[in-house]
Design a protein around this ligand. Structure first.
Ligand code: FES
Length: 154
């Protein structure tokens, strides 16, 4: 895997070696990649800086679904599949995203623009079914709303 070309050293300069900074560092590195992921080289540099064993660091990025060590699209569509969203039609909504984008869950569009993922509860159950597209929240979704939502990212 090639490096994502993020200047991790520059980012890490702003953080002490405390492990409490880890989530913020991971977010910053991932956001700076432009491809919504943290490459292996960056992971090694973060592990060296924080003193956290590399395998533990990969444990963190694989546990939290907002992080990825694989290249993703500029916009990551994260569809909640927990029970309240599921009961209120999340499957039909994700099928609509899938159809509009021409990709399956877990895939990225050929132009590198969108990645489609499932995730656990986003804390947006009051507006279920819900998705997050990067930092944006979209709730009370119906399949027929998907086209207009995607148009906002064109
Ligand atoms: S169950 Fe979907 S946001 Fe909570």
């Amino acid at each position: 895997m090639t490096c994502c070309n993020v200047d991790v050293g520059e980012i890490l300069k702003g953080y002490s070696k405390e492990k409490g900074n880890l989530m913020e560092v991971l977010h910053k590195v991932q956001d700076s990649s432009g491809e919504n992921y943290i490459c292996d080289e960056c992971m090694t540099k973060i592990a060296d800086h924080t003193g956290l064993p590399l395998n533990k660091l990969y444990g963190v990025t694989s546990f939290y679904t907002m992080f990825s060590n694989k290249k993703r699209g500029k916009y990551v569509i994260r569809m909640c599949e927990s029970s309240p969203c599921h009961v209120l039609g999340a499957k039909n909504v994700i099928d609509s995203f899938s159809k509009e984008l021409g990709i399956k869950v877990g895939e990225t569009t050929q132009d590198g623009k969108f990645t489609l993922e499932y995730c656990a509860c986003l804390g947006l159950c009051a507006v279920a079914p819900a998705v997050m597209i990067n930092e944006d929240v979209h709730g009370n979704l119906k399949p027929e709303m998907v086209k207009d939502i995607l148009a906002k990212y064109e």
